[in-house]
Design a protein around this ligand. Structure first.
Ligand code: TXD
Length: 321
């Protein structure tokens, strides 16, 4: 079987870690594209020079020329500005939408058969814009947010309960913004409902609820917490790892179930928008959206998040994009 070709558009913080992870895991040959001259070439040279030590034997190419992206099987887009302290993801809309437009035109031209994972913020709007400009089929376009948001939620739960994070299954739905919806009812530790474990720990229902509320709020603001600490730029290790999990499921047709920003065609009562929902990822991209049954309260929270996504998309339309 010929090796897969994976192109990363945007060779900044997330793009660099993605390239290193793809190389170390030998998922395929990597092309790292950026508009900054020499930088992606420098990063790829650096990563390639670790190949002997890490024991990988794949091609890692840094470039400023879209021709090198030709024929990619998978494209991961990280191009765009990250947040500064105090900024919301939505503040990035105007700048990043201009960038996404040129990226989408070039991916359409050079990798028309690829599957695309968008990482750039504001995520849900950028996925929509990519789809509109490229005209790619909806199953071939998705965004990474939920894998990271649910990993953050799982991490806080594992710390709180003193259990391995490997046994925590956490679920986060909705847009990748402050309105995201961590779903406590679908979150468990090796099948055991998380609230039961918290209530047992505190022997007090109200206290357990208070602790969970704090973890939910921390999850919603987790990106901002990292931005505040870093002072320059936003999270990049965990977003890269999360995208790798998705890439792996697509490249190896694993059919893993992840919350991803996927196109909804009536599921969850939403039609024509990209929103974070659980989906099956395989060789055909988003192969199936899975519908959870939601309580009225959960549905209201999801609707609120969907409305935030819709208003961002409207803003983009007003900008003529
Ligand atoms: O979970 C998630 N989806 C996210 C998303 C988690 C963290 C970061 N998230 C967003 O990803 C973040 O808000 C940004 O919008 C992107 C990329 O974040 P990163 O931290 O990698 O930003 P950098 O280091 O500034 O890198 C962006 C690169 C930089 O090298 C630019 O030169 C390049 O994008 N860039 C371009 N590349 C290609 N083509 C064009 N037009 C272009 N413009 C800028």
């Amino acid at each position: 079987m010929p090796r897969k070709k994976i192109s990363i558009i945007g060779g900044g913080q997330v793009g660099g870690v993605l390239t290193q992870l793809i190389a170390q895991k030998q998922l395929g040959d990597v092309v790292l594209f950026d508009i900054v001259e020499d930088m992606p070439q420098g990063k790829c040279l650096d990563i390639a020079e670790a190949s002997r030590v890490d024991g990988f034997d794949i091609k890692v190419t840094g470039t400023n020329d879209y021709k090198d992206v030709d024929g990619s099987d998978l494209v991961i887009i990280t191009a765009g500005l990250p947040r500064k302290p105090g900024m919301s993801r939505d503040d990035l809309l105007t700048t990043n939408a201009q960038i996404m437009k040129t990226v989408a035109e070039n991916v359409k031209k050079h990798a028309p058969n690829s599957i695309v994972i968008v990482i750039s913020n504001p995520l849900d709007a950028m996925v929509t814009l990519f789809k509109n400009v490229s005209g790619f089929k909806t199953n071939k376009v998705m965004g990474q947010a939920g894998v990271l948001d649910s990993s953050r939620f799982a991490t806080f739960i594992a710390w709180e309960l003193g259990v391995s994070v490997k046994d925590v299954n956490a679920m986060v739905l909705g847009g990748h913004g402050d309105t995201m919806v961590p779903l406590v009812r679908y979150t468990n530790v090796f099948g055991m409902p998380v609230m039961e474990l918290l209530e047992r720990k505190y022997k007090d229902k109200a206290k357990a609820e208070e602790v969970m509320k704090a973890m939910v709020e921390r999850t919603k603001m987790a990106g901002g917490e990292v931005v505040k600490l870093l002072k320059t730029g936003s999270a990049f290790y965990s977003p890269a790892s999360s995208s790798i999990a998705m890439a792996q499921s697509i490249l190896f047709d694993e059919k893993r179930v992840f919350p991803v920003c996927a196109y909804l065609d009536g599921e969850y009562g939403v039609k024509g928008y990209f929103v974070g929902v659980p989906a099956v990822l395989g060789a055909n991209g988003v192969e199936k959206v899975l519908e959870l049954s939601l309580s009225d309260e959960e549905k209201a929270l999801l609707d609120n998040s969907v409305n935030a996504v819709k208003s961002l998309v409207e803003d983009m339309k007003r900008l003529g994009l």
